[in-house]
Design a protein around this ligand. Structure first.
Ligand code: MG
Length: 279
């Protein structure tokens, strides 16, 4: 471009703003106060409901406390837990809905923690949940000699089928879409925010249940946002269906609310301070 063209460019692009009533570099606040144009974009309704936050480490006032360090009264053990392959998932979900069957959970409550009792089976909330915010703290026991998926494996299964992995992933190699904070075999966590075994860790998770129409067709996939020890690890990701061990997932229609399940994968993981808010 020739230098000689610059003055005419100035006239075309910049002169009009200099001639306009307001210079955008210097708003005329005295003039603006007469009409208060900012009011038009103020949204005053709805007023968010007031919620008293808990002390650090304690649930907020409107949370449903699922484990307070003492009682397993919110939980039971289902006769059938979860499916490993899609046909298995479907059969189990249908059977659990048709013939619900439960027993008292045999997990241990000790030192304010809920401890997996290997071989006793998963535990499930008595209450069902759909869209929710979950806070849960967990600890991988120090377990020398264990490795990979065998080192402190458990899992948090929203609706009994959408799993965020619980595993010792501090200097313990495994497939990344199966490490702590993964949405099992679907989404690798953005970062590895794991603490070492023996230290308490936290998950804060926003889960949106999948939505189905009356014919069972999928309207919206399940989505998950999750923080591990306060660090964002899943940013509004879509799930492809239940988190299965074998094969590719796809959706099956199910009720809008189902229980939350904690996995017994044979390791003595600990959980505490579990609370949930329905959204
Ligand atoms: Mg697991």
């Amino acid at each position: 471009m020739k230098i000689s063209h610059l003055p005419s460019l100035f006239l075309v692009f910049f002169l009009p703003s200099y001639l306009s009533a307001q210079n955008p570099l210097e708003l005329d606040w005295a003039e603006l106060r007469k009409t208060k144009p900012w009011v038009a974009t103020e949204q005053w309704e709805p007023v968010p409901k007031r919620v008293t936050p808990g002390q650090l480490g304690a649930p907020p006032a409107d949370a449903i406390v699922l484990f307070d360090g003492n009682s397993m009264s919110s939980w039971h053990t289902p006769k059938l837990d979860y499916g490993a392959r899609m046909d298995n998932v479907m059969a189990i979900v249908q059977e659990k809905l048709a013939n619900p069957s439960f027993s008292e959970p045999l997990w241990e409550v000790k030192d304010g923690a809920l401890i997996v009792n290997p071989g006793s089976g998963a535990i499930e909330t008595k209450q069902s949940f759909g869209d929710c915010q979950l806070h849960i703290e967990w600890l991988s026991p120090v377990d020398p000699g264990k490795e990979g998926q065998g080192y402190s494996n458990s899992g948090i299964f929203f609706m009994g089928m959408y799993e965020i992995q619980v595993l010792n992933s501090y200097e313990n190699e495994t497939y990344p879409n199966g490490q702590a904070g993964s949405l099992y075999k679907q989404h690798i966590p953005l970062v590895n925010a794991s603490r070492p075994p023996g230290e308490w860790q936290s998950y804060d998770i926003v889960f949106n249940a999948p939505k189905f129409d009356d014919t069972g067709s999928l309207l919206q996939p399940a989505t998950v946002t999750a923080f591990h020890n306060g660090v964002l690890i899943q940013n509004d990701v879509d799930l492809k269906g239940p988190c299965v061990f074998i094969g590719e997932p796809h959706y099956i229609a199910h009720p809008p609310k189902l229980p939350l399940l904690l996995q017994d994968h044979g390791n003595k993981d600990r959980f505490r301070n579990i609370w949930i808010r329905e959204l």
